[in-house]
Design a protein around this ligand. Structure first.
Ligand SMILES: [Mg+2]
Length: 170
């Protein structure tokens, strides 16, 4: 079924996430992908907007874990200023890192949500783990070659997803 690739929500960017709404829905932990979800893959550090947004999330009492398929160097450097839980070489869409993130944050799968820009890693992995997902539009159209290959197929899935959303709202 194609719906295994459908996110729970689809947003233009992380800044459209309403932290208070998530909290009201019982969410206690947010799992963020890094590359093209928070910054382009060739930006080593988070910008001020991200630092503030993460502060806001933590002030609301929610935990954060970065779950990235990228290297230890990349993830550790990116997390220097953020100081949240962080997992590198996660091998998404395998679910083991998502499960590890739940452990770190001390939440059940129903109490977490995954935010990412890729259907076949973040969303598919989240669905397999039974965790809600927010798909965001990539922050940059620069992708690593392996990702580039998947974007065409992603667009097709998003088309199906949006068609389904429209028929639901009718
Ligand atoms: Mg990504």
């Amino acid at each position: 079924m194609i719906s295994r690739f459908f996110p729970t929500h689809y947003l233009n960017s992380i800044y459209e996430i309403k932290v208070e709404d998530l909290k009201r829905q019982g969410i206690r932990g947010i799992i963020f992908d890094i590359d093209n979800t928070l910054v382009p893959y060739d930006e080593a550090e988070p910008n001020e907007n991200i630092i503030h947004f993460f502060e806001k999330i933590r002030e609301a009492g929610l935990k954060i874990t970065l779950v990235s398929n990228n290297t230890e160097d990349r993830v550790v450097k990116f997390n220097e200023k953020l100081k949240v839980f962080a997992l590198h070489k996660s091998q998404k869409p395998l679910t083991k890192s998502f499960k590890k993130a739940l452990q770190l944050m001390g939440c059940k799968k129903e109490e977490a949500i995954i935010v990412g820009d890729q259907i076949f890693t973040d969303v598919y992995g989240g669905n397999k783990a039974g965790i809600q997902t927010i798909l965001v539009v990539p922050v940059s159209d620069k992708d690593e070659w392996i990702t580039k290959i998947k974007r065409g197929l992603e667009k097709k899935v998003i088309k199906y997803y949006e068609k389904k959303q429209r028929s639901h709202n009718r």
